[in-house]
Design a protein around this ligand. Sequence first.
Ligand code: CP
Length: 318
Amino acid sequence: MKHFLGSTDLQLHEIKEVFSLAADFKRLRNRHTPPVLDKQTWGLLFFKNSTRTRVSFEIGVRELGGTSLYLDDRTMQVGRGESIKDTANVLSRYMHGLIIRTFEHEIIEEFAKHSSIPVINALTDLLHPCQTFTDIFTLLERWSDPQSDSWMDDLKGKKIAFFGDTACNMANSWVILSKLLGFQLVLSGPEGFETTQEAIQFMKSRNLDTEIHFTTDAKEAADQADMLYTDVWVSMGKEKESEERIELMKPYSVTEELFSLAKPDAYFMHCMPTHPGWEVSETVLENPRAILYDQAENRLHTQKAIMAILAEAKRSIR
Ligand code: CP
């Protein structure tokens, strides 16, 4: 069964198909969307809060002709200790696909192991691949053409800089995508927030090179960058560390001063939700080159493409 638990689950030709299909879905929205999920029900099983991921997936399933069903651990028996094996096997008998947001990455891997339907990672503590796929698509709309044959060449010369919590799921997902697609990535955060051994081991297990450009010098990272990215400093599940994290990460806030070190036509991106005044200043958020709402919209188009590709792969193994 083909799942999407991380970017490495798709081969390069499938990644290209995601971007090409996403561009078609975006252009043809409200005119013609092929009902590739006709008569299908896709479940969303969320152990954490969500606005963008939940809404874009639920609407995406419906626009592809299917039905979505939102489930959470507060009302499911899995939240009271029922095994993942039984939950995955049972849901596989009702549904055609399962989109999961949870804590440890092992949880989603366990679901995938016991599911006979495609499983999509809607965020774990380790990875958030739907978001980085969307972010690259959003950049390709500006730097290249997601449907061209040359977009990888257009990406190769670009410098992307990620600031703040450089050990979080978004930073890990950027590292992995930089290895797969070949753009330059610099992580800039405080000491102690280098990429974790868990993420390194994950990369090794997928035969990726594990060399990572990490610097504590935010100015060096921002210098001549084509895009500056940040995420919340206190990810879901890290609330007890709030005070310490905020103090450590203040030098990595994306301010106008930091943004001015990047190329004049650089973009600012953030997966949202934002905390203005913390990881990014109000003025940077108001800058016309801050493209957060385009990122949020594109979640819908890229995730529809990912679902379409997984549904097609499932049909072909029958
Ligand atoms: N970026 C993102 O995943 O947003 P939500 O947490 O609102 O889904």
